[in-house]
Design a protein around this ligand. Structure first.
Ligand SMILES: NC(=O)c1ccc[n+]([C@@H]2O[C@H](COP(=O)([O-])OP(=O)(O)OC[C@H]3O[C@@H](n4cnc5c(N)ncnc54)[C@H](O)[C@@H]3O)[C@@H](O)[C@H]2O)c1
Length: 379
């Protein structure tokens, strides 16, 4: 029988649901030494927390995260709150000796992130950050291809994350559902929210980023704030584009916006190497596009690999070859890998320390956008 790992989850929104779904499914599909137990969910509103617990199968609720951390029957704390709470909760959870799973971005900025890293390292508690796109099978397959050297020397890394949900000037900022527009809760706009995913994947696939030059724009300068009722300055970046140098000598080009009419969550990346290129698109997440210059003759061209065979990453755990899985499975895979690491006593990437690298690039991007100058990533 797998050993129980008692989960205390803080926040029950979008990510609270995605993670809970993963905890519920993981042992049905993966053979693991640990089994997550839905011990408690924490949210400020008693009735809403109770309704969530009943619907999703949590044994109990808390309305104060400090009480959750004080509970002896909680082994692991899952931080699914807005970004401004990550630091305080994570440091307190580390001091309480809890295993920590924290949503991305790690923190509001790298200073906070560094303090969080020190806390988990001092307490020696297992930790991970939910950069879940790494564990989409086609993205993990891209990692295997790159690591095998099939692309050869890499010249270019290009990534986009495009949305269109904040175009209306009538959309307020702040509070439930709209904290992403409030700089005090989010830390930044698309840079920490969307580009952080692109940067995490990029560093993981292509190595460290040494310097950046960026531009940001806030198209709607003022919005009504839901918490104060007043029209207030918007402090987040609505759009961001940056160029960078990777330490392997390749060039990077990144763009993110919430003003790309027609795009809901278009995360794409393309990597061009000396021998071959690959590209991936979240809207078609089970496919990896592949171009191999070594193919001779008129059949040379882009091909589309349906990443659903048993030999593809994670796919042998699911259905039969040819049947696709989706977004939510990336979270199941992350839980599976994390539990496997716990059993082996090994850290599983991205740890807090790994996620701090992304935070440092985000900081450099925002600094460069302000100064208009190339900015080194703090190493
Ligand atoms: N990995 C991903 O792809 C991904 C996707 C979306 C969000 N996120 C991250 O997940 C985190 C949460 O985002 P979301 O989209 O789930 O937000 P959400 O607004 O849907 O949910 C946030 C939850 O936090 C709760 N909360 C706020 N303050 C609290 C407090 N003091 N105590 C307890 N609960 C509190 C809210 O009640 C709500 O349940 C953010 O850090 C975000 O950046 C990651």
């Amino acid at each position: 029988m797998p050993k129980p790992l008692n989960i205390g989850m803080i926040g029950y929104g979008f990510m609270g649901r995605a993670h809970t779904n993963a905890y519920r499914k993981v042992n049905n599909f993966f053979d693991l030494e640990y089994r997550p137990v839905l011990k408690a969910v924490c949210a400020r509103d008693n009735d809403k927390a109770k309704a969530f617990a009943d619907k999703w199968g949590y044994e109990s609720i808390e309305t104060d995260w400090k009480k959750l951390l004080a509970r002896k029957d909680i082994d692991a704390v899952d931080i699914c709150t807005p970004n401004n709470l990550h630091r305080e909760i994570a440091i307190a959870a580390a001091e309480a000796g809890k295993t920590i799973l924290c949503e991305k971005p790690l923190a509001m900025n790298s200073e906070e992130g560094e303090a969080m890293c020190k806390a988990v390292e001092k307490a020696k508690v297992p930790n991970i950050v939910w950069y879940n796109y790494r564990r989409v099978p086609a993205v993990m397959f891209a990692k295997q291809i790159i690591d095998s050297g099939k692309l050869g020397k890499i010249f270019h890394y290009r990534a986009n994350f495009l949305q269109d949900w904040t175009i209306s000037a009538d959309l307020p900022q702040g509070g439930a559902g709209l904290w992403r527009l409030d700089v005090a809760a989010a830390g930044s706009g698309v840079t920490g929210d969307l580009l952080a995913h692109c940067i995490d994947t990029a560093i993981w696939l292509n190595g460290g980023i040494s310097n950046v030059t960026a531009m940001t724009e806030t198209f709607i300068k003022e919005r009504k704030h839901n918490l104060t009722g007043k029209v207030e300055k918007v402090g987040i970046d609505d759009a961001c584009a940056f160029l960078c140098h990777f330490s392997n000598g390749s060039l990077g080009l990144f763009e993110s916006t919430r003003y790309a009419r027609g795009h809901k969550a278009l995360y794409t990346f393309e990597i061009n190497g000396e021998k071959a290129s690959i590209k991936w698109d979240l809207h078609d997440l089970h496919r990896l596009q592949w171009f191999d210059h070594r193919t001779e003759g008129p059949l040379r061209g882009w091909s589309s690999v349906h990443v659903t065979d048993g030999e593809h990453p994670y796919m042998g755990k699911w259905w039969v070859p040819g049947l696709a899985i989706g977004y939510e499975h990336s979270f199941v895979h992350q839980v599976a890998d994390f539990l496997d690491g716990l059993a082996k006593g090994q850290p599983v990437s991205p740890t807090f320390r790994d996620a701090l690298e992304t935070q440092k690039v985000c900081d450099a991007v925002l600094t460069s956008a302000k100064s208009g100058e190339w900015t080194n990533v703090d190493s």
